[in-house]
Design a protein around this ligand. Structure first.
Ligand code: SF4
Ligand code: SF4
Length: 194
């Protein structure tokens, strides 16, 4: 069976998370937009520079800098265990939109560039549901905006990759401080989840 199945925006699929932690506990591979990084840093009550230093890997491929969560011991650093042994995401309200969507995966900044990861053990369980359209539309906007802004800084302003990333995060940080809607966790929650 192919791992990823193309899914229509209004197509029904079956999924119930069984909290197996496969997605968070086996070497996280969660890429971040500047919007994710700023939401997460603010939630943790730290600046974006400190957040990057502690939790983010940055790699430069061609000229583009890419951010992803830095795993610890093969797990996401935000996956903690409660005294009773239950695992929980300690940044759940501010978790990256990629996590909010999983096992749905967007492969381009368009809400219909949608796939279902059939390796998730929760896929195929329980009742049918449709993809969360508003969340997909918003995530597609964030992805597109992230790369458009980055391209401008790299190609028009001719900044070095890491300098461009810093500028991008600074701009997003100021927008969040100024009350940007994407930084409001209640707004993000209202968009739904998978
Ligand atoms: S989303 Fe899937 S892989 Fe992740 S914890 Fe739930 S069932 Fe497991
Ligand atoms: S941020 Fe939270 S939901 Fe995302 S991989 Fe880490 S523990 Fe899992």
């Amino acid at each position: 069976m192919a791992r990823y199945r193309r899914l229509g925006l209004g197509e029904l699929f079956r999924f119930k998370c069984i909290r197996c932690d496969q997605c968070c506990g086996t070497g996280p591979n969660v890429s971040l937009t500047c919007f994710d990084a700023v939401r997460m840093a603010r939630f943790l009550d730290m600046g974006w520079r400190g957040f990057l230093k502690l939790y983010v890997n940055v790699i430069v491929a061609d000229i583009y800098p890419f951010m992803s969560i830095r795993g610890r011991g093969g797990r996401c650093p935000f996956l903690h265990s409660s005294p009773s042994g239950e695992t929980l995401c300690i940044i759940y309200p501010a978790r990256p939109l990629k996590c909010r969507l999983y096992p749905l995966v967007l492969t381009a900044p368009r809400p219909d560039a949608l796939y279902l990861d059939q390796h998730c053990p929760g896929v195929g369980r329980d009742g049918e549901r449709r993809p969360p359209r508003r969340l997909l539309e918003h995530y597609a906007w964030e992805l597109g905006e992230h790369y458009q802004r980055l391209s401008r800084l790299l190609l028009e302003e001719k900044l070095e990759p890491l300098e461009a990333l810093e500028r991008l995060l600074d701009q997003a940080w100021r927008e969040a401080a100024g009350g940007a809607r994407w930084a409001d966790l209640d707004y993000i929650e209202s968009l739904g989840q998978t």
